[in-house]
Design a protein around this ligand. Structure first.
Ligand code: C6P
Length: 409
């Protein structure tokens, strides 16, 4: 698909839900960091699969099974190209980031000697904390945390010291923080990890929908994202892993599809990627995810990134102009989300009142409790923008926020 000049009015026509009304008002959907909306190109692609060639994959010699297999493997190829992976078999289909991290924590860390360490950052989502905690306990490893400052910027000198202080097996860090919007310097962090002999896993849940990502240029050993935040379906995501690492790792789940041979005494494993894809996969999800990435590409990832920066700057300026608002996350490199608390208001109350005006934001700890503890707050209101949002919607949001705050103060 060729990229055409970006027009938000045209893009919005692709998303049927954007013309919905909520509580009698036009929907203003600013909860894109939780999940994005889906364009017709993705919805139709999934419907077409179920209408025309629904079948199981990698099993049947019959025509429908072959069509389904071909569509799913084409989607894998699309994803591999999107990430600039060296091989399609480095793309493992999983349910999402959560499953991908559990896979690596359970499988890769089982190969790490006792007493080694895993580094995560102070701004991780629970999905990039808890699996490492569980695996560290199981495999006798230490889990250590790269600190951040009050702007939500990671302390790279402290990271360097941590890398040198012990035997580091793996660093796990998000590309973009879902709670603060910080864009982390993952390429630099990967170089530093490699110099220390460690591998790096990058949680791309919040980056894949908003920017072009090249796993080889970054130097990512593992990279993961969820389809549902990138215009794709729920229940499908990707673990990218370097071929040599995936080859050396034991399977995470056992079952059909992931085996070469099975006897009651012993089983042997299938080649990549199937070694890590036990059971019937989410076929429609994988096909839909391929369509979603094609769609993002057709809009243009650089155009998406620059338009969303415009929205971010516009909304940030409007919030500052209101006054009495504290924004959490002031990193110089920031993605299109704003976490904030209006003085004297509880985030939950603000979110509930905004909903009365048809405005969807997320409130709470955003599955990043340690970030909230760092700032000593219960949670924030989070407005997160996508390329189909508009400045007019931001105006509606600001107007509704003014009214909500007036009611609450
Ligand atoms: N963040 C949010 O509202 P799953 O649930 O597996 O698709 O993604 C988990 C996840 C991991 N890392 C980051 C940085 C994330 O933002 C998320 C999901 C959503 O912020 C839902 S909690």
């Amino acid at each position: 698909m060729d990229t055409v000049a970006f027009s938000v009015e045209n893009v919005r026509k692709d998303f049927p839900i954007l013309s919905a009304t909520v509580n009698g008002r036009p929907l203003v959907y600013f909860d894109n960091a939780a999940t994005s909306q889906k364009p017709l190109q993705v919805i139709n692609c999934i419907t077409e699969y179920y209408n025309n060639y629904n079948s199981n994959v990698h099993r049947g010699v019959h025509t429908l099974s072959q069509l389904a297999t071909e569509a799913m493997e084409n989607a894998r190829l699309t994803i591999a190209r999107h990430l600039n992976a060296a091989h399609a078999h480095e793309v493992i289909f999983v349910r999402g980031v959560t499953e991908a991290i559990n896979l690596v924590a359970n499988s890769f860390l089982s190969l790490v000697p006792h007493g080694w360490q895993v580094l995560i950052s102070a701004m991780e989502h629970h999905s990039n904390i808890v699996p490492w905690q569980m695996a560290a306990e199981r495999y006798g490893l230490k889990l250590r945390v790269i600190p951040m400052d009050s702007n939500g910027v990671l302390d790279i000198e402290a990271y360097d010291r941590l890398l040198m202080e012990g035997n580091t097996a793996l660093v796990a860090v998000n590309h973009i923080s879902n709670a603060l919007g910080t864009i982390n310097p993952v390429k630099q962090m990967a170089e530093m990890a490699h110099r220390a002999g460690a591998v790096i896993l990058i949680d791309g849940a919040q980056s894949i929908p908003h920017m072009a990502v090249d796993v080889r240029s970054i130097g990512a050993d593992f990279y993961t994202f969820s389809g549902h935040k990138a215009c794709g379906p729920t229940g499908i995501g990707v673990l990218y892993g370097r071929e040599d690492l995936l080859m050396a790792m034991p399977p995470y789940m056992g079952g059909g599809e992931m085996i070469k041979t099975v006897t009651f005494e012993k089983s042997t494993w299938a080649e990549l990627p199937f070694k890590f894809e036990a059971g019937t996969p989410d076929i429609s999800g994988a096909i839909g995810l391929g369509a979603a990435l094609e769609y993002l590409k057709s809009i243009g990832l650089d155009q998406i990134a620059s338009y969303e920066q415009e929205l971010l700057e516009y909304a940030t300026a409007a919030l500052y102009e209101m006054g009495g608002i504290r924004i959490y996350g002031q990193a110089p490199q920031k993605a299109s989300l704003i976490s904030f608390i209006p003085d004297g208001c509880h985030p939950y109350d603000v979110g509930t009142l905004l909903d009365n005006y048809g405005i969807a934001v997320r409130t709470g700890h955003h599955c990043a409790q340690p970030v909230m503890d760092f700032f000593d707050i219960p949670g924030t209101v989070r407005a997160s923008f996508a390329f189909y949002n508009t400045k007019e919607e931001i105006n509606l949001f600001i107007e509704a926020l003014r009214k909500a705050i007036k009611m609450l103060r």
